[in-house]
Ligand binder design. Structure first.
Ligand SMILES: [Zn+2]
Length: 398
């Protein structure tokens, strides 16, 4: 805690008022819908943000598209085996997968979220059970129960796609047994288009599907080529039946049976995890921390977002401090600090989300006239969340 006195008048700050009411034991009427906030010194003037909703994702492939994929995979495997280019499967049940995404030239601590796991409940519609006995999946009227893992990019999915900032990589080494590219990749809603995808068969005969890749980004390697673990297969995109850039990862064991790469009490398909290191069900983290002159703008899909990021400010300019989260829980408190160039604390406050779980969320805090008398130099915006502290520096000048 800092001993630096608050510089703002309490009455002019709604955040301070909320804080004051809470300290008096008075529950403000808005408490149920307002995020919990406690400012300890010089609180921000205002706030915004909340959940960022990734819309329900569709079934990725029609039944006939799915049949066509399998026909191609089986035909290619037969041909490769006949040519002696593909060894018969070993007896292992499944491959061991490394994380199938990689940041490409972006310094942020995170870049993804998970919107859907495999649906293990065969009933439909609306009967959902993921591997952890939760409901983070979906099914459809046609009887489709989600068959893979949807990993989306966050924040700024379209910017990330346009600048190739998140790549799909092979989770396990293997042989490309089918691939498709050349399909439109800026889809936002239901359509009958095909996706761009790479299908990798592992030494044990299991197969991983990597779908929705960006048009033209698919590896140039032909069917029959081998890939190593971590090798780039493409860029996260929104080709095919998709509502925004994400990877749909789908895995099959050597008998062709659908598996769920995540092991948990409600996984009815397979008894072991495919992951070398399975991530937690709630993989809570800060994905990105920014300073800017305005809040980020999220236009209608598929227009690229405007992050409004900026790190050099003049005295008295508006400054927005934004944190982007994945899997934020209401039991997790973020501690924020803004630190002057000399190391003293200009402002500090804490916050927790009002919702039990947001797959993706962001919160910003602002001053419409930040530090009108300086001091000049390099300042720090810090957030401590879930045991980790992240720092974003910015400069202030007269
Ligand atoms: Zn999916």
């Amino acid at each position: 805690m800092s001993l630096i006195p608050a510089r703002r008048s309490a009455a002019s700050s709604p955040l301070r008022l909320l804080c004051l009411l809470s300290s008096l034991g008075v529950a403000p009427l808005a408490a149920a819908s307002e995020p919990e906030l406690t400012a300890t010194v010089n609180p921000p003037e205002g706030k915004g943000g909340g959940e960022y909703v990734h819309r329900e994702l569709y079934e990725h492939l029609t039944e006939s598209q799915r049949e066509e994929v399998w026909a191609n995979i089986h035909r290619n495997i037969r041909a490769l085996e006949a040519e002696g280019r593909l060894a018969p499967p070993t007896t292992l049940a499944n491959a061991s997968l490394a994380w199938p995404l990689r940041a490409n030239g972006i310094p942020d601590p995170g870049y993804h979220g998970i919107s859907n796991f495999v649906d293990h409940n065969p009933s439909y519609t609306g009967f959902i059970r993921d591997f952890n006995c939760g409901t983070r999946s979906y099914d459809t009227l046609s009887g489709y129960n989600h068959t893979g893992i949807d990993i989306y990019t966050w924040p700024f999915s379209w910017q990330k796609m346009d600048f190739n900032q998140v790549q799909v990589v092979a989770g396990a080494p293997g042989t490309i047994v089918y691939r498709s590219d050349g399909n439109y990749d800026r889809n936002c809603s239901f359509n009958s288009g095909n996706w761009n995808a790479v299908y990798v068969r592992h030494a044990d005969g299991s197969i991983a599907w990597y779908g929705h890749l960006k048009n033209g980004s698919v590896t140039a390697k032909a069917v029959g080529s081998t890939v190593v673990q971590g090798e780039v297969l493409g860029v996260v995109g929104s080709s095919g039946n998709s509502t925004g850039p994400h990877l749909h990862l789908e895995v099959y064991d050597s008998t062709g049976k659908l598996n769920d790469p995540f092991q948990g009490p409600c996984n009815t398909l397979n008894g072991n995890s495919w992951w070398l290191a399975q991530r937690p069900y709630y993989d809570s983290a800060v994905n990105k921390l920014t300073t800017g002159g305005a809040p980020a703008v999220f236009p209608t899909c598929p227009t690229r977002e405007t992050p409004n990021e900026k790190t050099a400010f003049r005295y008295g300019e508006p400054v927005y401090f934004t944190t982007y989260y994945r899997d934020q829980l209401n039991t997790q408190t973020s501690s924020y600090r803004i630190v002057r160039p000399n190391g003293t604390v200009f402002s500090s406050w804490t916050h927790a989300s009002p919702a039990a779980h947001y797959s993706s969320s962001y919160w910003y805090w602002y001053w419409s006239s930040f530090a009108p008398t300086g001091p000049s130099g390099t300042w720090r915006f810090e957030v401590t969340f879930n045991g980790q502290t992240h720092v974003k520096t910015f400069t202030l000048s007269p």
